[in-house]
Design a binder for this molecule. Structure first.
Ligand code: KG4
Ligand code: ZN
Length: 421
């Protein structure tokens, strides 16, 4: 089954086409609900086309993402990206272009009335190319920035109308969870990355997922596929947001996570740093709080940590930036590790799944890999390409949802605060 994935929840416009096949066709439909580690059903996912435009450079100067600016960029880029992805997938032909009926044309104009300019580009594109061999469209319905989400949703709805195929509303956070379960397998025959999703059918439950991104910090209990319970979350800033805000204080570019991580890594390898901070002259003076680390629940708070960095920098404007970044990263990591460890133990979890943009952080990855090893549980981390927002995770989450309960509807709307449960 070929699925088109569309992601526009924040500052990445992403479109992909995946092909999902079952190694045991009879099990299609039960795949997503089976928790038995012995299941013989395996989903193989091939990425046929993938196109992504990041708006980072545009938002960089403002130090954050402005929803209306993000929307404008999605509007400008979505059709060219769709064309690129379909072309890469070799699904673009012109010998029998789609004819849009008058009735559909009116509907499309109504749907796109807030996305200025997109309607015209859409109609031009559709009337130039044949209907591609695609069976469904998965689109992010939330969580995210609503004006940005609407661009992807309205495009998906209109494509569903003109190509007469179903549209599957998909949860962005579920996308981050499934993106971690892919084992990349580079096909020796061609240079395209082929990803085999064997683990989707094989992970052992209960599982704990820690989702860490620019908008979320959540601990999720999975008793089975599609059975999510949020057991803890941040009470204020998300951890990625704290990285970005601290980076801004240190005059580093947006998004700040990778820059903090680089400064901290330099500091750790500089020889000044020692794990327990005792021998380090600089780190002795820098000590940030580990908010809520000992609280009995699974919630987080990163706003106090961010404010501690702010006050420290006000008092010590000439502080060593590497040391500040390092102590901040240590503090954030320790809290994430401690809370996750407690959740893994309480629920006797057999699997740990990390997802979201902050999982690109090498230090955090290493600490979680060590934790899993110590607890003797299996850990899944997304490959670098899939750790930040992308359309592949949306297409796969949509595919699992569709094969699980056949959900598809044209009554989709942007759900900025959509939750996993
Ligand atoms: O999942 P994502 O791409 O978008 C959201 O849904 O928010 O996550 C983006 C977040 C940003 O806050 C960014 O600073 C953070 O992920 N991030 C990192 C690293 N790479 C990206 N944070 C820490 N270390 C990194 N290496
Ligand atoms: Zn995300």
């Amino acid at each position: 089954m070929k699925i088109l994935g569309i992601e526009t929840s924040c500052d990445e416009t992403a479109i992909c086409i995946i092909e999902a096949t079952e190694s045991n066709q009879e099990n299609l439909g039960t795949l997503a609900s089976t928790s038995a580690p012995t299941s013989t059903s395996t989903s193989n996912i091939s990425i046929l086309g993938n196109a992504l435009n990041s708006q980072t450079k545009i938002h960089e100067k403002y130090g954050g993402v402005f929803p209306m600016m993000a929307k404008r960029e999605h509007v400008a880029n979505i059709m060219p990206l769709l064309e690129n992805a379909l072309s890469e997938a070799e699904l673009l032909q012109k010998n029998n272009p789609v004819k849009i009926s008058q009735n559909d044309l009116e509907k499309i104009k109504g749907i796109f009335k807030k996305e200025i300019g997109l309607c015209e580009n859409f109609i031009n594109f559709i009337s130039t190319f044949n209907k591609p061999e695609i069976e469904a469209i998965a689109v992010t319905e939330g969580p995210g920035l609503e004006p940005a989400l609407w661009v992807g949703i309205n495009t998906a709805i209109c494509l569903g109308i003109v190509w007469s195929i179903p549209v599957i509303p998909t949860n962005h956070m579920e996308g981050h969870i499934v993106s971690s379960l892919l084992v990349p397998n580079i096909s020796p025959k061609d240079d395209k990355e082929k990803i085999v999703t064997e683990q989707i059918a094989k992970i052992s439950f209960p599982a704990i997922s820690l989702l860490i991104s620019g908008g979320h910090t959540e601990l999720v209990l999975l008793n089975d596929w599609h059975s999510y319970e949020i057991i803890g979350q941040t009470k204020d800033d998300a951890v990625g947001e704290a990285f970005d805000k601290v980076a801004r204080m240190l005059e580093l570019p947006y998004p700040g996570g990778p820059h903090i991580s680089t400064l901290a890594a330099e500091y750790r390898s500089s020889g000044i740093y020692s794990k327990n901070h005792k021998e380090s002259g600089e780190l002795e003076k820098i000590s940030f709080p580990r908010p809520m680390i000992k609280s009995p629940d699974f919630d987080f708070s990163f706003s106090g940590l961010k404010t501690a960095v702010l006050y420290f920098l006000k008092k010590n404007p000439d502080a060593n930036k590497n040391a500040v970044a390092c102590e901040f990263e240590d503090a954030a990591t320790e809290v994430l590790i401690e809370k996750t460890k407690k959740a893994l133990e309480k629920y006797a979890a057999q699997t740990l799944i990390l997802g979201g943009g902050v999982t690109a952080n090498t230090y955090i990855r290493k600490n979680f890999a060590d934790l899993a090893e110590n607890l003797n549980i299996k850990i899944y981390l997304p490959i670098q390409q899939l750790s930040t927002d992308n359309a592949i995770m949306i297409a796969i989450a949509g595919y699992l949802k569709y094969s699980h309960d056949g959900v598809s509807t044209l009554d989709i709307k942007a759900r900025g605060n959509l939750s996993l449960q």
